[in-house]
Write a protein that binds this ligand. Sequence first.
Ligand code: HT7
Ligand code: ZN
Length: 876
Amino acid sequence: GQIINLADYRPTDFVLERVDLTFDLHPTETKVEARLIFHRREGVDANAPLVLDGDELVLSGLLLDQSELPAGQYDATPEGLTVRNLPESAPFELTITTVINPEANTQLMGLYRTGGIYCTQCEAEGFRRITYFPDRPDVLAPYTVNIIAEKEANPLLLSNGNFLGGAGYGEGKHFAAWFDPHPKPSYLFALVAGDLGVVEDTFTTSSGREVALKIYVEHGKEPRATYAMDALKRSMKWDEERFGREYDLDIFMIVAVSDFNMGAMENKGLNVFNDKYVLADPETATDADYANIEAIIAHEYFHNWTGNRITCRDWFQLCLKEGLTVYRDHEFSADQRSRPVKRIAEVRHLKSEQFPEDGGPLAHPVRPTTYREINNFYTTTVYEKGSEVTRMIATLLGRDLFKKGMDLYFDRHDGQAVTIEDFVSCFEDVSGRDLTQFSLWYHQAGTPLVTASGAYDANAKTFTLSLEQMVPATPGQTVKKPMHIPLRLGLLAEDGGPITPASVTGAELTDDVLHLTKKAQTVTFHGIPSRPVLSLNRSFSTPINLQFSQSTEDLALIARYETDHFARWQALIDLGLPNLLQAARDARQGADITCGSAFTDALLAAAADESLEPAFRAQALALPSESDIARELGGNNDPDAIHAARQTIIKRIAEAGKDVFTVLYDGMQTPGPFSPDAASAGRRALRNAALGYLSQLDETPARTKAAYDAANNMTDLSAALTILAQRFPDTAETAAALAHFRDRFADNALVIDKWFAIQAAIPGAVALERIRLLMETPLFKRTNPNRVRSLIGTFVFANPTGFGRADGAGYNFLADEILEIDQRNPQLAARILTSMRSWRLLEPVRADHARSALTRIERAAGLSTDVRDIVERILK
Ligand code: HT7
Ligand code: ZN
């Protein structure tokens, strides 16, 4: 794969007017006829040839305006089709026939088979595996799609847009025709054919149009799709109310498939989903599953306007649709559930996934300028940091101006393929604000470090805040400019009440947003009657690392009184983290581990505080993960020491909080029938957190086993099984529960994924043997991405002691697996390989083993572009 540069962008020489596709489906020999109407773009050289993309294609027919072309007029290779001597300005029709093999398509890109059905995945560059095409997002056209297939095996023939009609088609076959009037790029094309069950409903839009809603799942699984349907209707309503966006076709369809590389895909009018993000019932889905389904259904639906109606000019602009749509789904979930709890979960995720990416060898700007393999840029930086950048625009402008900017964006660019600059201009135009410096958030990689210190002058009644910012060097970007950083803040009096300054000098302060724009800035708050406690970066208004030393008393005050509940949670983390870091250092030295009582007191006070929602209290009780601690330590890391340290601190909290946890465990029941609503989920989360701590004090698994036996929903069942596996891994009770769980859910692959993941996360050097044994069970299928992610993915991403065992066997295992998976599914292999992105933070012995394993991958013959790109960047 060659390197693609943003600077080389230019529009196509030919304009695509219309697309007319006919698929004659066959498991191994599907015939695709593409009739494409083009004309030469004005001003383009009359000799310029038409160059179309292909990937592993074989041309079996080519007509120009219905006539055969002489051999010399075109060149066809698996990777492309070039046609010369085309009309100078008149439109012409090219009819291209290809024959493809869906059954042999193990990459899951293009047209493939999953669970006996035909299905497509075209983003980013899958369409070129179906037919020769200008396969880029700035080529938009209306599509007509005709599908012919065996009727008995494929009663259902689906594509984008509105249904035109269908009929019998010769012996045992039938056909259906679809028309999508909205011009779209090829990456949004979809086709599904097969035999599926359906859940149906309708939605009446704000202007009174009735839309048919259909969710297709395997026969018999229909009852498990009702929550997804409910989430879809809530999403449609929310997008009308919050963003004024109405749906624009007569039908909206979702198809759930069991083999899928990512979470879901927003194809116009025909979303395709990983079934993990559709199917749920209380017996098989956890509260987290329900929340994910709600978020992903919303995300794909929201793409209809942010992505589909307005799409990306080129793949460098991916964050234009992804960052914005993640922001929209975050806001949706915040409105549907608890805003502060949702924000805490987002920030946890951002810090544990995006911060390590931004601080390591794979760091790249939210809007990159170069790539080798676009599939490797569907990253947490593009998605999650991209969402944070959108959130900061909303913070800078305020809710009303942000809404105005979005309205302008929808008005101005509907039907277009645009850039980040186009998006940002809309907000400049409605606000009159210059967002040039702010736009560095799109262009500069790396997490800014802001250092803060404050001083109170009792005589002058001023509080002076000194701020300094530094953006670390990242691959390809050594020199950075100061960014525009919107810091929300609050000043608290000693009694916890708010202090409102009379005035502020040294920086713009709008409401509670302080604008840090210089490398160093001194801000003075005037009219401050007593020493204030500063709460900085409320709601995580900006994605930075903050260095601000505050006394434990001040942090405890914030944890207790801040009106911003996110800030309360952050204060608890800030109280706890130094204890965890010191404990890890002590464990590495073989010294005793201690834990300050200020932290445990504040934590237990929050856990017991009945004025706080249970979900918040559960979040407070969940300590930073071992990987979070490793990231904060920043180098020479020993996973075993980190694990030992964290476990010791957990034990100390359990000892100090025994009574609190007993009360919570006994009292936080959820009476009545199961409901997945956020409040009930919060109670379950808090009760299970209490059980986790209590189990630390238990000598035997009896209490946890009893919880397992009593559980009447998957949240409680899997929580109890996780605690058994983590706390009592080698007991008969745990073995019995694991066997029971397997036997009970053996016919439900998505639940078996939980069984794999729970075991894959059991710490310690023996984990690898466990993984190898589990890979031998008939329940494990190497060809299914969900199975691979739950067993191998959990091991490499979420089991630092097992994967990072000192002899390097874990890294070697990973190298073997990557090479194996890469043969079949390069995208999946590349993604799992990113688990090595922080290898340089390891202590030298492990780092050596990691480097050898990576080098072995790098030197292997026949690597995919996907894996080659990742391994070379990680090793650089
Ligand atoms: N826009 C979708 C991205 C996606 C994808 C990308 C590469 C390969 C396979 C894929 N499946 C889905 C999903 C989304 O962000 O909504
Ligand atoms: Zn998306």
